[in-house]
Design a protein around this ligand. Structure first.
Ligand code: ADP
Length: 257
């Protein structure tokens, strides 16, 4: 961007010269582009469930009298699921905008074991319903870490949520926490369907979901990008090892308190 500014001498009432400022706005333009891309993706993602819900309501309203009880229940059930999907999307988008708002997230000494235990408690029922063995393996004297309790809880919730979603009945999901190379390593491993190697980078992008999977519609495709964003605030990054049909393992290292 080139800015031209005239320098005017008001006392003598005459033009003294022209100042030229050259500003590199490439980064600004890239950010704007990413933002509008995100907004158009969000709008598209919101429109689909909204359209479905509206169609179901209209059908029930206009043709309800000629539908069987079972058909009506099916319609309502699907509309209810679509409403849940909308709620998840709105929550994820709100999380992202909060994370990117510049609001400070102070990092303080945090009891990682408490974060792990709370994550376990929150997912115990889902694991039981899906007949998946969910457990944690932690060192008895695990050091505290430098982090943000609620954000770390969200990271583990997203990782364990995914692990449970993509692991069939009878499988295992394990949360590990142990000292590693002067830091503390946190790992979520599962014996699920795995991620094809060609998608292993893309899954961290926004709205990316591996197609043709049973649970494609359950997700928003935003979970892992939220995880990555939170971990950046913790000066660390997420790592992944996964093999189709064997399982996946996601891990990251945190500074000790
Ligand atoms: P969501 O789970 O909401 O779709 P994510 O960003 O959390 O979005 O994940 C993106 C995609 O990565 C998922 O749709 C899924 O295809 C794949 N994925 C994530 N975690 C796992 C896992 N533990 N096992 C298999 N696939 C996974």
């Amino acid at each position: 961007k080139i800015l031209l500014t005239t320098v005017f001498d008001h006392l003598r009432n005459q033009l003294q010269g022209i100042a030229i400022t050259v500003q590199d706005v490439t980064r600004e333009m890239e950010l704007n582009e990413a933002k509008s891309h995100f907004i158009s993706n969000v709008s598209h993602e919101l429109r689909t469930p909204l359209f479905n819900i509206k169609s179901f309501i209209e059908t029930l309203y206009e043709y309800g009298h000629s539908l069987s009880e079972e058909q009506k229940r099916d319609f309502l059930e699907t509309a209810n699921k679509e409403t849940d999907r909308l709620t998840r999307l709105v929550n994820d988008v709100l999380d992202i905008s909060r994370l990117e708002s510049g609001k400070p997230y102070p990092l303080t000494p945090t009891a990682l074991s408490a974060v792990v235990e709370q994550t376990l408690r929150a997912h115990r029922l889902t694991a039981k319903d899906k007949e998946i063995y969910l457990s944690a393996v932690m060192e008895p004297d695990l050091p505290d870490v430098i982090g943000h309790y609620d954000l770390l809880l969200q990271v583990l919730a997203n990782l364990v949520g995914n692990a449970l979603k993509f692991t069939p009945a009878g499988g295992h999901v394990i949360l590990w926490a142990y000292p590693w190379a002067g830091r503390v390593r946190v790992e979520v491993s599962d014996t699920g369907i795995g991620i094809p190697s060609e998608h292993q980078d893309a899954i961290f992008g926004r709205f990316f979901r591996v197609e043709n999977r049973v649970h494609t519609l359950e997700g928003t495709g935003l979970g892992l990008s939220i995880v990555q964003n939170i971990l950046q605030k913790h000066h660390t990054d997420i790592q992944l090892l996964s093999e189709v049909g064997i399982g996946s393992s996601f891990w990251f290292d945190l500074d000790q308190a």
